[in-house]
Design a protein around this ligand. Structure first.
Ligand code: ZN
Length: 399
């Protein structure tokens, strides 16, 4: 059974230990130590990394700890190279990674307790990511409530309250006001934030709330009847702030407005764009009518400049509505868009004409007997048009 130093001394970053077993874990070299400060992935907190250094006489050799895994009673250290059992090592954990985890984890206790105390909203689960962490709350929260919990958590951080570690039996625990029912029996490890929160947890935490530094909630989304609250603590708050500052500065420059005017400016641009799209659609419709009148005939094969697939379709439908026509229209863009259409009283399977064209010139599409659309054709437009003309003429000559 590995003695877990971090249970009682989460600030221990260097320790001496003996390799008690060398083995392979999922194809990777691994070792058990008699004691360790390395935290294995559990309870929402990711694993520690670092190094183990072995001394043999005057020579020193170091292997990396690339992952740490929880193996019930033992802590498995996944290594960059094997270490034989009996080796005496000095372990050193990557402290900046670990301290960041301690800040996020303690911040989670404070934030969860704030939601619980202010709104009776229970934390259902917790996940710590590499950039952002989340807690899932049982009930929905408004942004106003989120901001109040954020404020309450911040006050507890600024109070610099003690974060104490206590061990109690599960019987004793039933007498205590734990925020959450403990899931395990036997000896429980409790984390107590002075006059604010008491919960059972096996993770690593800072010694006083001031070390969390800062806490902020950048995003909230609906999740399983409640909400998923994204939060950051410590240096991550500065990183998130930096990212937001950059994107706000870029947007402010592009739109020539003040930061607080951004939402209104974006709304104005969206309204303008919607109006423009409507005008363009009206112009296209009337232009399509003119094009259709210009092109009207029995067999119409044309490559049209400046029209997209939707425009070609509108023109084709105008032509087939005006005259007894067989129509093949192409865009002059690359890849080429195509529309095949016929008037209701003409004989032609537009879909099979399209298929004949895509078989020869590539691309794809589909449709019905009276109207088929495709795109992605490649080749010389003159060749494509003459092939289409041949297909339509053949259909036209069949009575
Ligand atoms: Zn914890």
């Amino acid at each position: 059974m590995t003695s877990r130093i971090y249970y009682t001394d989460p600030y221990c970053r260097r320790f001496e230990a003996v390799v008690t077993k060398a083995f392979e874990h999922e194809g990777r070299a691994a070792a058990l130590l008699d004691k360790t400060a390395f935290y294995p992935t559990s309870g929402g907190q990711p694993f520690d990394v670092g190094a183990l250094t072995a001394r043999r006489g005057a020579t020193e050799s170091t292997v990396d700890v690339v992952d740490t895994v929880d193996l019930d009673d033992e802590v498995g250290h996944i290594l960059s190279a094997p270490l034989p059992a009996g080796t005496v090592v000095v372990g050193e954990i990557d402290w900046s990674r670990r301290f960041d985890h301690m800040q996020q984890h303690t911040g989670q206790h404070v934030l969860s307790a704030a939601f619980d105390r202010l709104f009776g909203n229970r934390t259902m689960s917790f996940h710590m990511g590499a950039e952002l962490s989340t807690i899932d709350l049982a009930k929905e929260m408004s942004w106003d409530q989120i901001a109040r919990a954020e404020g309450e958590a911040s006050r507890v951080i600024w109070d610099n309250r003690q974060v104490a570690i206590r061990f109690v039996s599960s019987d004793q625990a039933t007498m205590l006001p734990l925020r959450k029912e403990p899931v395990r029996a036997g000896v429980l490890r409790l984390i107590e934030i002075q006059d604010f929160d008491l919960s059972a947890c096996g993770g690593t935490h800072v010694a006083r709330t001031g070390a969390i530094g800062a806490i902020a909630v950048p995003a909230v989304e609906k999740f399983k009847g409640g909400v998923r609250v994204t939060f950051v603590c410590g240096a991550r708050v500065l990183r998130v702030f930096g990212t937001l500052r950059e994107s706000v500065a870029g947007s402010v420059r592009a739109l020539s407005v003040l930061p607080q005017e951004l939402p209104a400016a974006i709304e104005r641009i969206q309204t303008e764009a919607r109006d423009l799209r409507r005008s363009i659609k009206r112009f296209q419709e009337s232009l399509a009518a003119h094009e259709a009148a210009r092109l009207a005939g029995e067999v119409v094969v044309e490559a049209l400049d400046g029209w997209d697939a939707q425009g070609l379709k509108t023109i084709a439908m105008e032509i087939t509505a005006r005259t007894r026509a067989l129509v093949a229209l192409f865009s002059t863009t690359t890849p080429i868009a195509v529309v095949i259409a016929r008037s209701p009283d003409r004989q032609l399977d537009a879909a099979s004409v399209l298929r004949a064209l895509t078989d020869r010139f590539g691309g794809r599409g589909g449709g019905k007997a009276d109207l088929a659309q495709g795109g992605g054709l490649s080749g010389n437009l003159v060749d494509i048009c003459s092939a289409a003309r041949e297909l339509l003429n053949r259909a036209a000559s069949i009575p």
